[in-house]
Design a protein around this ligand. Structure first.
Ligand code: ATP
Ligand code: MG
Length: 415
């Protein structure tokens, strides 16, 4: 039997209502806050990701799906959304307007990671980007939108962790100190981190290997190395969050896995997900637009991992809505009339269904029950000839004979 690729997941009919629910709330909340939707391609030139995410990050080093195009150019399936959005914004001059450009997206991302619960090779993100302001209130706005998204979905026990990783200059000074601290521990940290020591030492703080986490426990924090500018910016973000009542917890170790971040960084975690507990994360990326050859443009965004959110949603949304009416037409003359009625009900916007596999009344009513229909409209050849139908309440089992002329009115009254 042919199977899907490892780490990829079908979203089956009983799960799609959850997805529609998440997507609807994402569209509604983002639009409400003045973000416009952007849809960008699923693959781009590899160079875009290599330049923006950073050559020595996990994503670029080992997680990208990269392949040569027929003309030899190197293409990559998008591992995240920000780089592509910034590329599109620059290509289409969307930064020319005087106000902040606020965009959001929904769609699949691709990373060649080890598949496990909450970690897939194709996964979906809802993300927003606000480009053109460094005002800390924009940080508060973006974080609040993320928080509200989860609250609207009814998620509980969430923690917002927040940190500031300063600007490039702050980090350069800090990295020297971090390396001095880590030097005597080089023997004990994992092979990956030994390599990171020279390529990207900040990443060591983000390593999930326990021995590395332990080794960095007492490490100096970037937070203590922030410039006055960065720390007062951060304080304003925290004041803003406090002002509107979003609870947060400071996590001085939070560094995030992509190179383009600066200043405010944050993650929202749930205690109900095991190891893959981060459901949404983001931060400022004040240098990225310039790095991609655009004008100097401070920006901030977040991305939500929708598969992980889906794991937290209550099960009841995971069932499709049952039909209000089940058309139980049987017999040669009745079936086409019942079929036409089914079509008419749907035209009226009423949830209606039938089952072509059942050909007698008993099995039809069993199907109606299985689908959870509220009413059945029963029509055999006798009813067809007398232009009538029987409406059966599937709960009380009471029945009523009505004429086909009355049916539209009757159905509307029950809707
Ligand atoms: P993690 O620490 O879980 O690897 P990350 O820092 O790589 O996450 P981001 O690039 O910030 O993640 O992506 C934002 C969100 O997308 C994550 O918080 C997570 O919810 C989700 N996500 C990331 N990678 C995957 C994956 N392989 N499968 C499912 N969801 C993912
Ligand atoms: Mg990751």
């Amino acid at each position: 039997m042919l199977r899907s690729i490892k780490g990829l997941k079908d979203i089956l009919p009983q799960q799609t209502p959850q997805w529609r629910y998440m997507e609807t709330i994402a569209h509604t909340l983002a639009t409400q806050s003045g973000f416009s939707e952007i849809r960008i391609p699923i693959f781009e030139f590899t160079e875009l990701y290599a330049r923006s995410i950073g050559g020595s990050t996990d994503i670029v080093e080992k997680e990208m799906y990269t392949f040569p195009d027929r003309d030899g150019s190197s293409l990559t399936l998008r591992p995240e959304g920000t780089a592509g959005v910034v590329r599109a914004v620059l290509e289409h001059h969307l930064l020319d307007s005087p106000s902040t450009r606020k965009l959001y997206y929904l769609g699949p991302m691709f990373r060649h990671e080890r598949p496990q619960a909450g970690r897939y090779r194709q996964f979906h993100q809802f993300g927003v980007e606000a480009l053109g302001t460094e005002d800390p209130l924009m940080d508060v706005e973006v974080i609040t939108l993320l928080w509200r998204f989860f609250c609207s979905l009814g998620l509980k026990d969430l923690t917002l962790q927040i940190n500031s990783i300063g600007n490039l200059q702050d980090r350069e000074k800090y990295i020297q100190e971090l390396k001095r601290f880590l030097f005597p521990k080089l023997e004990v940290i994992c092979g990956n981190c030994q390599r990171r020591y020279s390529t990207n030492p900040l990443r060591i703080l983000d390593c999930k290997v326990p021995i590395c986490q332990q080794a960095t426990q007492e490490a100096p924090t970037l937070f203590d190395h922030l410039s006055l500018d960065s720390s007062s910016h951060f304080q304003s973000v925290l004041d803003g969050l406090t002002g509107i009542g979003i609870p947060f917890s400071l996590n001085y170790r939070l560094v995030r896995g992509l190179d383009y971040y600066s200043r405010t960084t944050f993650e929202i975690t749930s205690p109900h997900l095991g190891a893959q507990s981060t459901i949404g994360a983001g931060g400022r990326y004040d240098g990225l637009v310039e790095l991609l050859q655009g004008p100097s443009t401070p920006a901030i965004g977040f991305a939500v991992g929708l598969e992980r959110v889906a794991l937290l949603l209550p099960e009841q949304i995971s069932f499709p809505q049952p039909p209000l009416f089940f058309l139980a037409g049987f017999g040669k003359e009745a079936r086409p009339i019942a079929f036409k009625l089914l079509h008419e009900l749907r035209e009226l916007g009423i949830r209606a269904d039938t089952d072509y596999k059942s050909t007698n009344l008993k099995s039809l009513l069993r199907s109606a029950d299985k689908l959870g229909a509220t009413y059945s409209i029963i029509m055999g050849d006798d009813e067809a000839r007398s232009k009538t139908a029987i409406i059966r309440n599937m709960t009380t089992k009471t029945q009523e004979l009505i004429t086909l002329e009355e049916i539209a009115q009757k159905v509307q009254s029950l809707n």
